[in-house]
Design a protein around this ligand. Structure first.
Ligand code: ZN
Ligand code: ZN
Length: 366
């Protein structure tokens, strides 16, 4: 059902960045990046991308798994399996004679960099690189999109199944548990992140954690959640009113955010600056007088990480490309009323975008 991914083809595209990054080889330490390039899903590994081979290093727990997963991905690699000494020796030996060795600046600790400079690669120049694999990861292939899409489908189905519980006076925590359980039962490997279920005043905190508070009639509840499928995340927010909304303010907040979100989605297209998507959303909310109540960025990329490049915000310098998967999630947060956020995950195309999240957006649940 899930389309295949071309994992093995990614290494050549990464090597093509080496010249511009000023390195001749790259030692990968970020496990998500290692997964992207090799298919390996374990919790400990290093991948040394050399000019014409890949050295994959892990410990005995992952000997069989790493051979299986790299084999399944169609990758040819040399393996070094063992404890830290074995790993260091294998990498140091492979690095001998290489002038410039790139490290992932965002994932190497200061202590490790010092050890690498003095003990692992004493003769090489160590080059801090930023976002090389992350740049590749922005554009998703068909296999990746099918995984995110399946995760989104599971989240849609889970919400449809458990939403009626909100009418029975459930707590935020109980509803979150029901939602999470439904996603797992429908095939998710895990939840995408800790589900946000924020009723009434808690909705004014964009990242509230589910509490023991009962969600009452006439309140808005912000539901922000997703599923995980084969390492890929989905992300969706819906804001519902439990029965008729208690005050007209709640309806107005919801209407403004819904219009803002539609404006953002309508602006998504390959070639558009991410900051323009943010502006499209923000304009609608500002016109309603709530510019200061939209207290976060408009969206983010989604993939192997729940938050990844590109950023969709006012200060983003990124431009959308076909195959990017991003969220559009404006919100309004007013401590005296609560919060509204509406979020879809979309695939950018040359002419616009395709929604991956399909749960209905009606305000009133009854
Ligand atoms: Zn979300
Ligand atoms: Zn999001």
């Amino acid at each position: 059902m899930l389309s295949p991914m071309d994992v093995a083809g990614r290494l050549a595209r990464l090597r093509a960045y080496f010249d511009a990054a000023g390195c001749d080889a790259l030692l990968l330490t970020n496990l998500t990046n290692i997964r992207y390039l090799t298919g390996f899903t374990g919790s400990a590994a290093l991948a040394f991308v050399l000019p014409d081979e890949l050295l994959f290093v892990t410990d005995g727990r992952y000997q069989l798994q790493s051979a299986d997963q790299l084999g399944a991905a169609g990758l040819e690699a040399r393996f070094a399996i063992g404890g830290l000494t074995v790993q260091q020796e294998a990498i140091a030996a492979a690095g001998k004679g290489i002038a410039r060795i790139g490290l992932e600046a965002g994932s190497v600790t200061w202590a490790r960099q010092r050890a690498m400079a003095s003990d692992w690669f004493p003769e090489a120049e160590l080059v801090p690189t930023e976002g090389l694999v992350e740049t590749l990861r922005r554009v998703k292939d068909a296999g990746e999109i099918s995984r995110i899409s399946e995760a989104a489908r599971i989240a849609d189905a889970a919400l449809a199944e458990v939403a009626p519980l909100l009418l029975d006076g459930t707590t935020e925590a109980d509803f979150a548990l029901a939602l999470d359980f439904a996603m797992r039962r429908l095939g998710a490997a895990d939840v995408s992140f800790e589900s946000i279920v924020a009723g009434g005043p808690n909705g004014a905190k964009p990242h509230a954690r589910p509490s023991s508070r009962v969600i009452g009639p006439g309140e808005l509840v912000v539901l922000d959640f997703g599923a995980l499928v084969d390492g890929y995340h989905s992300d969706m927010t819906r804001t519902l009113s439990v029965g008729e909304p208690a005050t007209p303010d709640l309806v107005r907040m919801w209407d403004v955010v819904a219009e803002s979100q539609r404006a953002g989605v309508a602006a998504v297209r390959a070639g558009v600056a991410c900051s323009d998507i943010d502006a499209a959303c923000r304009e609608v909310i500002a016109a309603a007088g709530w510019a200061d109540a939209f207290i976060h960025g408009t969206g983010h990329g989604v993939g192997l990480d729940i938050h990844e490049a590109p950023a969709v915000g006012a200060t983003s310098t990124d431009t959308l490309e076909a195959g990017h998967v991003v969220t559009v999630e404006p919100g309004v947060y007013l401590p005296e009323h609560g919060g509204v956020r509406i979020e879809d995950t979309v695939v950018v195309t040359e002419t616009g975008c395709e929604l991956l999240t399909h749960a209905p957006k009606e305000l009133v649940l009854q």
